[in-house]
Design a protein around this ligand. Sequence first.
Ligand code: GCB
Length: 607
Amino acid sequence: MIKKVVLVFTFLVTTLILNAQDKLIINTYNRPTTSLNGYWEYIVDPYENGYYNYRYEAFDKQENPQKGAFFLNSKSESKSDLVEYDFDKMDSILVPSDWNTQKENLFYYEGTLWYKKSFDYKLDKTSNRLFVYFEASNYKTEVYFNGKKLGVHVGGFTPFNYEITSLLKENDNFLIVKVDNKRIKEGVPTLLTDWWNYGGITRDVKLIETSNTFVQDYFIQLKPKDSNKISGYITLNGENAPQKNVQISIPELNINRSFKTNNTGKLSFEIDAKTISYWSMEKPHLYDVTIMTDLDTVTDQIGFRSIQTKGKQILLNNKPIFLKGISIHEESPIHDGRGWNKEDAKQILNWAKELGCNYVRLAHYPHNEHMLRLADKMGILVWEENPVYWTISWENENTFLNAKNQLSEVIDRDKNRASVIIWSMANETPTSDARNNFLKKLASFTKEKDPTRLISAALEQSDYKDDKFTRTISDPFADVVDILSFNQYIGWYDGLPEKCSKISWNIQQDKPVIISEFGAGAKYGLHGDKSERWTEEFQEHLYIETLKMIDNIEQLQGVSPWILVDFRSPRRILPEIQDGWNRKGLISEDGLKKKAFFVLQEYYNNK
Ligand code: GCB
């Protein structure tokens, strides 16, 4: 009996430890890695047959999982043996990529898909360690390695990793990943969105080899309110992490300093740096920054700039700026479906530049890291957004923890990117005590985690008192944000474009204002009178009228119209016009520019 209790206890503790998320390794783009991209075998499993037995008990909670568990990669051992699946006989699918646009029969699929990848790997375990890193996988991901569960990750747009050193063999390792993209009410995002719920392992998967003790994480930025200092922290991971010497060098600034970690392997630092060439839109200077211990060296390309607000101004390096922006979804302009690679990022950001933008709003969730690294190089400022969209389960504590975790992961990943100036908490969320509380908690968490950036959220506008033609922002969250942003669709959902000229603004907050969205749908190549909805002329007209209208907002410091490119949405079904696409793009899904593109381009050229 005692033996049994001990066994169960050991099992529970091991399960808990194995399910814990390993801390994120940052800057994987500059570390030695082995890509696991390519073809993986897969099983479509709408009933989650490979996860639950017929009593609906999860196999991975069993002490000795039954053969039917897909993560075991079971094979029949004799002619009479019963095993009702076989990964090796299955079709394969590309990783990364969404499954919807790869396989016709998975276009509308929302549910579980199992992936399997086998590989050999030689690791000197006396000196080195190995991690498996996922850049993103939508939405709930359970990861198993050589038959053991590594953990579960929730959220479709942020990276996560697990250590696999102890389970690794030289040959025939198998990584099995269960990805479930079912929409759920308490999820982040929740059931309803206006974008396609692309499922699958949508970004790179790689193995990261590190030394036993390695540089896991660092935050290296200008010190807030003191542009003559670089400050931040470095965290080492490993048994030798405490009391270790770490060198930070920035050769171009003649910086080469040594610091010692504390007993938890972390150090905080501050370095004088008087001759910095500050990162700006005109000169996006990036410095090579190297962090070194006797065991590990990591280099990153980091820009130094300050960002703050003063009354109604946004100051970049203490100079007022106007954010000439555009909103973007993460869909590929080159291949079909979710975007994920450098070429996708290049095309999108080149279009934004051509439009005259110095700023992009990456809606409505964190985009892939290529976007941020490229924005850093191209001198484009960025708004990053948490997928807290429309009507989240505000009262649910797990929903809050989930939202906080996703935000935390994107901050971890991108906190060294000079381009990122705004963390957006949410989009178009309805006010209530529970929601206000939820967002306030997210905001104070963010401020604490990253004191170097601004906070915002895409809010909504409303009538001022009973006057239907005067608009204001009455959302209590306006008191919390650094930048007051709101979406508005006067002329599209709210009257016709002519209405714009009748609107006046009464915004009382002394804060910079950004119009985070406005727009109108138009089918590329459809022409007609400007009063005819869906024509390019209607959209063009709305842009002309809206831009005149928003220029009357005294505090206006930026705008990011909706949206650069048409994008897929199952809500948009009007035949011959939408056919499954939200048509508010300035560019069609085939890359063709609509008339409104040139209206905005001219506005930005004259700004
Ligand atoms: C919005 C949402 C965005 C939608 C857009 C639209 O306000 O923020 O996600 O796609 O309107 O097209 O209606």
